[in-house]
Design a binder for this molecule. Structure first.
Ligand code: AMP
Ligand code: MN
Ligand code: MN
Ligand code: MN
Length: 284
């Protein structure tokens, strides 16, 4: 069993647990190496590191950067997530995060305005902001989905995305995240390893997914997350082939968020193939 989980969220982004509680839960689940990878935020590291001290758990400093990828024959950009792992000197990253967090805060307010107009209700921003502990830079669409559920506008999180928040839906706001190339560069400049997160969860066709992985590799990207074990075997095979073709490393992770995504279990990660090189070997 691989006791590494290299992509998880705390309440510093859209996770429900504090970094301390996340580390406790990981210890309970037998995880030996845990990466905290909040969306465009590293503020949870200190608390997580403190909680891990003196325990068998090794805390890996991570981040999940929102980025955009422009498909070949250039239609509009797709939003993709690049995880940075085992960050050494976070200075270049911190600088880049200032802009990302401004984009995030602005975008969240624009989404709220669109919702207010469509739902003919007062601007939900103050309530959404409260759900993110008053940190505008920490607001994700998951917080806005929670608000929609609380208001009874939808029954479940997923419906909030399907009806309102996903690309092409009435409250979608596309904003200029850093490019995939920039995300990789800033992670490398910070001494980290760049990982393409959940490559099969961007709603892309198989052809586009392959193009995304090729471009990621050409931009200097180093590793790809393996699809979750409940995804179809054919999906896993396609990703395995791309990893081999581009000589990439693999990362294994749950993308744990806590209570609002109860089907994701901390430490439940896909198994790499014998010949695949795990990113964790870089810091072993
Ligand atoms: P953001 O970074 O603000 O765009 O928020 C993205 C977060 O919303 C993701 O990390 C997921 O936690 C959640 N999310 C995105 N798409 C969906 C979806 N279709 N269903 C449920 N949650 C989603
Ligand atoms: Mn999330
Ligand atoms: Mn993600
Ligand atoms: Mn994530």
């Amino acid at each position: 069993m691989y006791s590494v989980d290299l992509h998880t969220h705390s309440h510093f982004s859209d996770g429900t647990l504090s970094p301390h509680a996340l580390v406790q839960a990981a210890l309970g689940a037998g995880v030996q190496q845990l990466a905290l990878t909040d969306h465009d935020c590293i503020d949870g590291w200190a608390e997580a590191e403190q909680a891990a001290q003196g325990t068998p758990l090794r805390l890996i400093r991570g981040v999940e950067l929102s980025a955009q990828w422009i498909k070949p024959r250039g239609s509009k950009p797709s939003s993709v997530h690049i995880v940075g792992l085992h960050i050494g000197d976070p200075a270049p990253l911190i600088y880049a995060l200032i802009e990302q967090q401004q984009i995030r805060a602005q975008r969240a307010q624009q989404i709220c305005q669109k919702l207010a107009a469509h739902l003919k209700c007062p601007d939900p921003w103050p309530e959404v902001l409260a759900l993110a502990d008053g940190r505008p830079e920490g607001v994700t669409r998951a917080h806005i989905a929670t608000w929609l559920v609380q208001q009874g506008r939808v029954q479940r999180h997923q419906q909030a995305f399907d009806r309102w928040l996903s690309e092409g839906k009435p409250a979608y706001v596309g904003l200029a995240w850093m490019s995939m190339q920039q995300a990789i560069e800033v992670i490398v400049a910070s001494g980290g390893i760049s990982v393409l997160a959940h490559p099969t969860r961007y709603g892309l066709s198989a052809t586009h997914t392959r193009q995304l992985i090729s471009t990621f590799a050409q931009c200097g990207g180093q590793a790809v997350e393996l699809p979750a074990s409940n995804e179809p075997p054919a999906t896993r095979q396609m990703i395995d082939r791309m990893i081999a073709e581009h000589d990439l490393m693999v990362s294994i992770a749950s993308d744990f968020h806590g209570a609002h995504m109860p089907w994701i279990k901390l430490g439940r990660v896909p198994r790499p193939r014998e010949e695949q090189r795990g990113v964790w070997q870089c810091w072993a």
